[in-house]
Design a protein around this ligand. Structure first.
Ligand code: TA6
Length: 285
């Protein structure tokens, strides 16, 4: 049985476990359609804070939260409502090379009363293969009005040592530095190594990056389509201390590499669809 589900006390699915034929696995909480685990070739690839809160209210700290319809601060609460709302599990489909599950979010009485009041249909498709995990986020404007949004898949990757973690593919790409408050920074050197609080939006970034780990025999190929930007984030020491759902030293065990369309909003006319896809695959070095 490639999918196992658990339900809450109302009998509604609250967690879905996808199981691949070769031992790969992926856990999705319908709260925020948040992936909290991706095991491939016997190893956990996703970071989840030991202090993450699962109360169906707060965003889960770690995993791959879905950010929609707003990235960052703004008229809505930080990162929008999708990651803190219960999605509906639409079911799964087996195939020779893996298993797929789909999750649905539409407007509700709270969202239509929010500063972003539009009718919409958001479908997240999660495909688990032997060595890859593919996330497709499809946005449909079911309103009569055009709307715009920013959106991102806020992936937290696990590492044994942030000091030995290398991100390849962003040299020479302009970025917004949210720590320095500047635009058009460029990091000439390759690969990017995190040495302090890092919060960068690489605008119109290349579609493919490589995330590697010193002294490890596998790396991750990160590929986006539809999404324009990559965001790279590590809170480092001081910010980590200020996060109640994140351990003081957990900044050493994670790096966020997030695919999104965040620097410029996506404008979606009534009745139209938009899709962003983020694929992560394990590569043998
Ligand atoms: O993706 C980077 C970022 O926008 C950072 O600025 C930081 O706020 C991070 O997301 C986490 O945000 P959260 O609201 O989950 O604490």
């Amino acid at each position: 049985m490639p999918v196992k589900t658990t339900t809450d006390h109302y009998g509604i699915v609250d967690k879905v476990v996808l199981m691949g034929a070769t031992g790969s696995a992926c856990v999705v909480h319908t709260h925020g359609a948040t992936i909290t685990s991706w095991i491939s070739l016997g190893k956990e690839r996703i970071f989840l804070s030991k202090q993450a809160i699962f109360n169906d209210v707060k965003a889960i700290r770690g995993g791959i939260p879905v950010v929609f319809p707003q990235f960052g601060p703004g008229k809505l609460p930080q990162h929008g409502f999708a990651r803190v709302t219960r999605w509906e599990f639409l079911g799964h489909k087996d195939s020779v090379d893996g298993v797929q599950a789909r999750f649905l979010l539409t407007e509700n009485e709270k969202t239509v009363a929010s500063p972003w009041p539009y009718k919409f249909r958001l479908v997240l498709t999660v495909f688990l293969g032997e060595t890859d995990l593919k996330l497709s986020l499809n946005v449909e404007n079911t309103d009569t009005r055009e709307f715009d949004f920013t959106s991102l898949l806020h992936a937290y990757f696990r590492t044994n040592d942030i000091n030995g973690t290398r991100l390849q593919g962003l040299a020479g790409i302009k970025y917004v530095d949210k720590v320095l408050g500047t635009r058009d920074e460029v990091n000439p050197e390759e690969p990017l190594v995190i040495t302090g609080s890092t919060d960068r939006v690489y605008v119109d970034a290349p579609d493919s990056l490589a995330l590697s780990f010193e002294n490890e025999s596998e790396s991750l190929q990160l590929t986006k389509t539809g999404f324009n930007d990559f965001v790279v984030w590590n809170p480092w020491i001081e910010l980590a201390k200020g996060m109640s759902d994140f351990g003081d030293t957990e900044y050493q065990e994670m790096l966020c590499v997030e695919a999104g369309s965040v620097d410029s909003p996506v404008v979606l006319p009534a009745g139209q669809h938009w899709e962003g896809v983020y694929t992560m695959s394990v590569q043998k070095n």
